[in-house]
Design a protein around this ligand. Structure first.
Ligand code: FAD
Length: 505
């Protein structure tokens, strides 16, 4: 129902991608009035097709869309295969090899056509009570009394409208026009890469049981992703350092094909394939300047979720995980404020701190992973270092790339009452925030800094990512009587009762 010019709701969400759809649904599930403005009509194209188990088995269950996703028959992704580092032969990891994922049946994810996956999430949001308005483009956020108080937008008939909200969520992705109302977007100097990608028919598949794996292949100019989306359709993209960008200037199709020729493994896999030249997959696309982090993730009345807040290099397929996970965190904080159980500063700082922590884990590990002079065991060791764990073999690495790096091993075992499993997950995050651990991390981090020759600007970037994590006060420890944990349904925060570490909350 359109309420006209005097419209006023609880929350307006800008953007109907995975971040916006997740947040909007989880706020509407608590009975609040949510309007979501999306400038396109879905389905629409988007890059970011390789998903993680955390999104499928964690978030999609909370959203109540797990069954629809399963019915969509997306390509099942058992894990990843990498030709990476000093080891000349490709090596493979399987999600089922991580404790916790194996026992609970969560040892897989999907490769998805984003036009279909995002539409499933947005349709689900409508069913759960979100007022979704497609072809509505937000143009301006209006402040009142020091907080963002309303959104001006152009509706699907071209008419200018304004809608008031107690909270506005900017989930409009990397194209956001609003992040600077919150802070500054700082671009990574280290991950200054350019991505060039297209779609092919009849590319080769890895042998079973890895035929649905993402294949990542390093070559002299950068690395390739090779993502099987269906039995016939493959998404193929090259990520190269900015200094090599001149080699692919001009016609993008010719540039991509030149890069394929420079990477023997991908060239072989595409030997019998043809590039798709029509429809949503018909174009070779180029993306750059996509690794950044905002100095702040919220301001009074406004939160940044998903890519509008931060994004880091796609090698671990973490984008949709970070977007949906931040949607969950943001929903908990906003629900807590709307229901009057917490003041805005406390609730939104919790959102920002946890989002930054998860993002920081990927960032730290990526710096080590981009060092091609290492062997596979060294990467696994780096994953243990980043997660502060003594796990054996490649278990820490798999948990990290499954999107449950900061969650306990039994994260997926607790599928009954998913809110409870998220409660346990955040206890682990709190434990990980112990100031003592951070000192160790900082030292090890500095070593990695020198290895990859970071300059001062990158140090600034590092500080931004970890802002709020250093010197975390003991109040956040799980044994504290004042720590925030998710409510039993997982949709808001509550103050933890005084418990001993390891005891269920
Ligand atoms: P988006 O998905 O960008 O959604 C934002 C929505 O907001 C869009 O629908 C847009 O139309 C809408 N919008 C924008 N402006 C407005 C406005 N003014 N008003 C209303 N609506 C608006 N992630 C993975 O998980 N796996 C991968 O394999 C992967 N590969 C990637 C490869 C590359 C080269 C890049 C650059 C990224 C990759 N990603 C990957 C990241 C992934 O694309 C993003 O992290 C993810 O889409 C972020 O979701 P989001 O909801 O924050 O934003």
């Amino acid at each position: 129902m359109n309420l006209g010019e005097n419209e006023s709701v609880d929350v307006v969400v800008l953007g109907g991608g995975p971040g916006g759809a997740t947040l909007a649904t989880l706020v509407a599930l608590r009975g609040h009035r949510v309007v979501l403005l999306e400038r396109h009509r879905f389905p629409r194209y988007q890059i970011g097709e390789s998903l993680l188990p955390s999104t499928i088995h964690g978030i999609c269950r909370m959203l109540g869309v797990y069954q629809e996703v399963e019915n969509a028959a997306f390509m099942r992704k058992a894990g990843g295969t990498f030709r990476w580092g000093k080891q000349p032969e490709p090596w493979t990891f399987a999600f089922v090899d991580a404790p916790g994922l194996r026992e609970s049946g969560a040892g897989f994810a999907y490769q998805v056509e984003r036009s279909k996956f995002d539409a499933l999430l947005l349709d689900n949001a409508k069913r759960k009570g979100v007022d979704v308005r497609e072809q509505c483009s937000a143009s301006k956020l209006v402040q009142d009394g020091g907080r963002v108080a309303s959104v001006q937008y152009t509706d699907d008939t071209g008419r200018e409208r304004e809608i008031r909200a107690r909270f506005v969520v900017d989930a409009s992705g990397n194209q956001s026009r609003f992040f600077d109302l919150v802070g500054e977007r700082v671009y990574s100097k280290l991950f200054q890469n350019v991505a060039m990608f297209g779609y092919f028919k009849n590319g080769r598949r890895l042998p079973a049981p890895n035929q649905g794996n993402i294949l990542c292949v390093a070559f002299e100019l950068g690395w390739f992703w090779y993502i099987p989306l269906t039995a016939e359709l493959t998404s193929v993209g090259a990520v190269i350092a900015k200094e090599h960008a001149s080699k692919i200037q001009g016609d993008p199709e010719a540039g991509l094909l030149r890069l394929v020729q420079a990477c023997p493994l991908v060239r072989d896999y595409l030997a019998e394939a043809t590039r798709i030249t029509e429809g949503q997959y018909g174009q070779v696309r180029v993306r750059k300047d996509y690794s950044y982090c905002n100095t702040r993730f919220w301001a009074p009345g406004l939160a940044l979720v998903g890519d509008s807040a931060c994004f880091i290099d796609p090698v671990f397929s973490s984008g949709v995980h970070l977007a949906t996970y931040s949607g969950l965190l943001g929903a908990r904080s906003i629900n807590s404020c709307l229901e009057g159980s917490m003041d805005e500063t406390r609730a939104m700082e919790e959102f920002e701190r946890r989002y930054r922590l998860e993002f920081g884990v990927y960032y730290d590990f990526l710096m080590a992973f981009y060092d091609m002079e290492q062997n596979t065991d060294s990467y696994f060791w780096q994953a243990r270092r980043v997660l502060h764990t003594e796990e054996t073999k490649n278990e820490a690495f798999i948990r990290l790339v499954a999107g449950v790096g900061t969650a306990p091993a039994d994260f997926f075992a607790m599928r009954q009452g998913i809110g409870a499993s998220f409660s346990t997950a955040v206890q682990a995050i709190d434990a990980d925030s112990d100031p003592g651990n951070k000192t160790v991390e900082k030292e090890a981090f500095e070593q990695a800094v020198h290895k990859v020759r970071l300059d001062d600007q990158v140090s600034l970037w590092r500080d931004l990512i970890h802002q709020g994590l250093e010197g975390v006060p003991p109040v956040e420890a799980p044994s504290s009587s004042n720590a925030l944990v998710p409510s039993p349904d997982g949709l808001s925060w509550c103050i933890a009762p005084s418990v001993q570490p390891g005891e269920a909350v």
